[in-house]
Design a protein around this ligand. Structure first.
Ligand code: AGP
Length: 341
């Protein structure tokens, strides 16, 4: 087992640190001459472009990856995207039409709820596409390539597509950069070790980052944690804020930046204990009073920022788990893949 772990103490740690490599592998041969080559999708592109909507279907982390992809899929394809947790779609027997493209996202490819939802969508005549890959960040990158391929017939978005393709090429380098926060995240973890709960606020491209960061903290560090839409803060969660509850606010640069600045101000005025994730050099822009702990990450194309932003949260979950004395590689009560309903 130690041979498989190489120089790492745990498989989770290895998986986190190998992401520059797994992302490179995911993109190899697919980013070519400034364009995208996705063999399996090519013959279906016309049908997908004519879809009434794209429906993303998955569970857990895979659902979160799809949620991270939703904004750029809508932007680059112009097709409305709806989200379905596989079990909920089945419980509701929700509407799926022949004119839909149903995209199934699963790391293992064997999650029972997702496979049953696939049967359901096939029975309803939807075009079904599967995305299976090993890591959350690779899933997002795969969906980015898919969105770029679907939208490749649109002249008006050519410059945006070029910028995203350029951002994809430099993503492994930026992921290596953000992994250098390892020691900082270990320190942060040791300051949170006795907390009972952790909130993570995100919005826009990084709503999914908040959900996924919180899910990781829950499932491996066994600490209560909730990912929340920052825009919903005033509608309930604000009541929880005090000087003890740690709150991570994701406030990297994108169109929602000024809204996140004002969320931070509102939380600080209630004496919130804040940890703010921001773009490099933005510490004083997000927290002029200097009263927040700040995590600075490299800035990449806004829609790819979730790939960077999840990494400090993965590191935090990993270190929290080790420091709290739990088994990182075999989370309590969880199976590797959930093959029963
Ligand atoms: C396991 O690490 C995940 N947190 C879990 O939520 C998983 O994403 C979910 O069970 C779906 O699995 P799949 O991606 O293999 O379909």
């Amino acid at each position: 087992e130690q041979i498989k772990k190489g120089s790492y103490d745990h498989f989770m740690q290895k998986e986190i640190h190998e992401q520059p490599h797994s992302l490179t592998t995911t993109m190899r041969g697919r980013l070519k001459d400034g364009g995208i080559l996705l063999g399996g999708l090519k013959e279906h592109l016309k049908t997908i472009r004519r879809s009434r909507r794209v429906v993303f279907i998955g569970c857990g982390t895979s659902y979160n990856a799809a949620l991270a992809a939703r904004p750029f899929v809508e932007e680059l394809t112009g097709i409305p995207v709806t989200m379905e947790v596989a079990s909920d779609l089945l419980d509701r027997q929700g509407p799926i039409y022949r004119e839909d493209t149903a995209v199934f996202v699963s790391q293992s490819g064997e999650t029972a709820d997702t496979l049953l939802a696939l049967d359901y969508a096939l029975a309803n005549g939807a075009l079904c596409v599967g995305i299976t890959n090993t890591a959350y960040t690779s899933q997002i990158v795969t969906m980015a390539m898919m969105a770029l391929a679907i939208g490749s017939d649109q002249i008006s978005t050519q410059a945006r597509r070029d910028a995203i393709i350029c951002g994809l090429s430099s993503l492994p380098k930026n992921v290596s950069e953000v992994l250098k926060l390892d020691v900082e995240m270990k320190e942060l973890a040791s300051s949170l070790i006795d907390s009972e709960s952790l909130l993570v606020f995100g919005r826009g491209y990084n709503y999914a980052t908040a959900l996924e960061g919180a899910l990781k903290v829950k499932e491996v560090a066994l600490m209560h944690s909730e990912g929340m839409l920052a825009g919903e803060m005033k509608h309930g969660p604000l009541a929880l804020v005090d000087e003890n509850l740690p709150i991570i606010v994701i406030a990297t640069r994108d169109a929602c930046f000024s809204k996140q600045q004002s969320v931070i101000q509102q939380l600080l005025s209630r004496k919130g204990r804040l940890i703010v994730m921001c773009s490099k050099g933005d510490a004083s822009a997000v927290c002029p009073s200097g009263s927040c702990r700040v995590i600075e990450v490299p800035e990449v194309a806004d829609c790819l920022q979730p790939v960077i932003n999840i990494i400090p949260l993965q590191l935090l979950a990993y270190h929290l788990t080790v420091l709290r004395g739990f088994d990182v590689d075999q989370p309590r009560n969880l199976a590797k893949s959930v093959t029963t309903q």
